[in-house]
Design a binder for this molecule. Structure first.
Ligand code: 1CP
Length: 323
């Protein structure tokens, strides 16, 4: 989950000096510095490259801006005419991302993993159809377009799928060790549409990447998928599943019989107190710690998270590992 995201003062310092968030995302030296910040401070086992899922719509030709207290605003596609706005993924825009990856890899100790990432096709689609972030919409337009503008949606899915594959391959070639696919809004779909727009494109992406780079592991995060997590695991053939906080630990243990499980502490717990943090972390470690497991939060860390609680969390997980 997000590591730098707004809670570290050293990130805030850099952020304040840049008007535009995207300028940060396209500056290879700042990408490197920000990506390494949580590693330097906490000695985590893995770093996730500092970037954003919305670099894909931007590199496809759409305007993308991040506005304080509102979130991302994306140029919308509402008709077949609008498809003319799109062009093949612009590598000159994304070049600094890939250069940043190579730089981070060269500076990161060899025992630390570097995670590359992408938005999943469906989640990227929601931003392009709604024109805004998931916290500022009820997804009506996306859901209705699936029924009323099926040809347009299917065309967009194919364009996004190709862009996602290219972006993943480029990140692997620049030096990431594994890939995480964020499908943050997967949970808004009913079963049939979930199969069509979450599972099918992800399955094709995983197959295509594995065909070229069979050794690269892929983590899927179809947030809020409920029971459909099981279908996602079986169908997409991802290597590891990232779970949101609503997944019960008994259900997570069932999934662990099929894939590596990652998760799923509610980020809000880190705003409570040490007693609660200890209880919840211990519950997760007891339930999942003996199998294939990566401890993580169930979603991005909140900007107001006290740093000492992150330190305490790491201490707890590390001491559990030793036992
Ligand atoms: O934080 C890090 O260093 C890791 C890099 C990272 C990642 C993995 C960022 C930086 N964003 C992401 C993924 C991302 N971006 C997701 C998938 C994970 C999730 O569900 O959170 C999504 C949905 C986005 C889109 C996005 N970008 C949002 C969500 C808003 C919404 O309403 O949909 C927001 C707020 C951003 C901005 C952003 N991205 C990253 C950071 C540090 C920030 C905050 C920018 C700032 O104010 O400084």
């Amino acid at each position: 989950m997000r590591q730098a995201g707004r809670y570290l003062p050293e990130y805030q310092l850099i952020r304040k000096q840049q008007k535009s968030f995207l300028d940060l995302c396209y500056n290879k030296d700042l990408i490197t510095e920000i990506t390494l910040q949580p590693i330097k401070r906490f000695n985590f086992d893995a770093a996730i490259i500092f970037s954003d899922i919305l670099v894909i719509p931007h590199a496809l030709g759409l305007n993308v801006t991040f506005i304080e207290n509102i979130g991302p605003i994306v140029q919308k596609i509402s008709s077949p005419e609008d498809l003319k706005l799109l062009h093949p993924l612009d590598n000159s825009k994304l070049q600094p991302v890939y250069e940043g990856i190579s730089l981070v890899r060269s500076k990161l100790p060899s025992d630390k993993v570097l995670i590359g990432f992408t938005g999943a096709v469906f989640t990227l689609l929601t931003y392009i159809i709604e024109g805004r972030g998931g916290y500022k919409t009820n997804f009506e337009e996306t859901k209705l377009s699936i029924f009323n503008k099926k040809t347009l949606i299917d065309e967009l899915i194919l364009i996004l799928e190709e862009a996602v594959i290219t972006h993943i391959i480029n990140q692997i070639e620049a030096g990431v060790d594994l890939i995480q696919i964020f499908d943050s809004w997967a949970g808004i779909l009913a079963e049939e549409e979930y199969f069509e727009y979450v599972i099918k494109p992800t399955k094709r992406i995983v197959a295509s990447v594995k065909n070229k780079y069979p050794h690269i592991k892929i983590i899927g995060f179809p947030r809020l998928s409920g029971k459909l997590y099981h279908n996602y695991i079986e169908e997409t053939k991802i290597d590891c599943i990232s779970l949101d906080p609503l997944v019960s630990l008994s259900d997570a243990a069932l999934m662990q019989q099929k894939v590596i499980v990652q998760g799923n502490l509610d980020p809000l717990i880190l705003l409570s107190n040490k007693e609660i943090i200890k209880l919840k972390v211990t519950n997760i470690c007891e339930a999942l710690g003996k199998g294939n497991f990566i401890f993580n939060l169930g979603h991005g860390i909140l900007p107001s998270t006290p740093i000492e609680n992150v330190e305490y969390l790491i201490e707890l997980v590390k001491s559990y590992e030793k036992n």
